[in-house]
Design a binder for this molecule. Structure first.
Ligand SMILES: Nc1ncnc2c1ncn2[C@@H]1O[C@H](COP(=O)(O)OP(=O)(O)OP(=O)(O)O)[C@@H](O)[C@H]1O
Ligand SMILES: [Mg+2]
Length: 241
């Protein structure tokens, strides 16, 4: 099986104190072919992060089935996860945050090249608390790339970045995706960003979260950077469903 297959019926969080249990996800069913770049959109609280945590194997408490794609060597898929809030090792330098993860994987990625691509070369020996939020986001991105993932999960990775930096990192993400034929699931609440990046948009509604739209985005790279084309698709998607 070479696609990611998701068939979730229900995900409920237990109630805390007197609060009743909370059903975060209902019917989530889709499959993503190996190498496809899919974007997941939906309003705050509809369960996007909950879904990524399940796909990443961080949460096993759900009803349903997930089948991860096999690698070409039929081994367990390597997953890279860029969390919604960068989770870095504060007691390790920027360089060590990358090499520690790399050394635990079979990755052949060049860490210096990755530092250069993300504009962090000069901060290789700095600790994460000396970095701006945007720089921490770039490091979190580099850390997900360093394992050469078969499945890359990104949870609003470019939020809080200035637009030129976000645009540069989107291009970097696309370049790495094309090079490694990684399957990508990119969560964003920004429909324009989803249209610029994704081959497909899966829209969730809440609550509980369920899929209400799943459409291919048939655009060339040139069309994706054309504001008018993106706006036309945005209108079409907003009116769909
Ligand atoms: N650990 C938890 N315990 C209880 N409820 C939770 C927990 N994590 C998430 N939830 C609830 O599940 C729902 C979905 O949360 P989730 O973080 O997945 O939403 P989201 O779509 O990622 O939102 P955002 O766009 O704001 O990041 C929310 O109502 C949230 O309060
Ligand atoms: Mg979230």
């Amino acid at each position: 099986m070479n696609s990611l297959q998701v068939n979730l019926c229900k995900k409920t969080f237990p109630g805390v104190s007197q609060a009743p249990p909370h059903q975060a996800l209902a019917s989530i069913k889709f499959s993503i072919k190996r190498g496809q770049f899919a974007c997941i959109t939906g309003p705050s609280g509809c369960g996007k992060t909950t879904l990524l945590n399940i796909l990443a194997g961080l949460d096993h408490d759900y009803d349903g089935e997930i089948h991860l794609p096999l690698t070409s060597e039929h081994q367990k898929a390597v997953i890279g996860y860029v969390f919604q809030a960068p989770r870095l090792l504060p007691w390790r330098t920027v360089g060590q945050n990358l090499t520690l993860i790399k050394d635990r994987s079979a990755s052949t990625v060049d860490v210096s090249e990755l530092l250069s691509l993300t504009g962090l070369t000069d901060f290789c020996h700095a600790y994460p608390d000396r970095l701006s939020t945007g720089m921490q986001r770039r490091l979190a991105l580099a850390r997900a790339f360093v394992v050469e993932p078969d499945l890359l999960l990104l949870d609003e990775p470019f939020t809080s970045l200035d637009e030129p930096t976000a645009a540069r990192l989107r291009l970097l993400l696309l370049e790495i995706w094309r090079r490694h034929s990684t399957t990508v699931i990119f969560v964003t609440h920004d429909l324009r960003e989803a249209i610029q990046l994704g081959q497909r948009i899966i829209r969730l509604t809440g609550a509980p979260g369920k899929v209400d739209l799943d459409i291919p985005i048939l655009l060339s790279p040139t069309e994706r950077s054309d504001t008018q084309v993106v706006e036309a698709w945005r209108t079409r998607i907003l009116q769909a469903g």
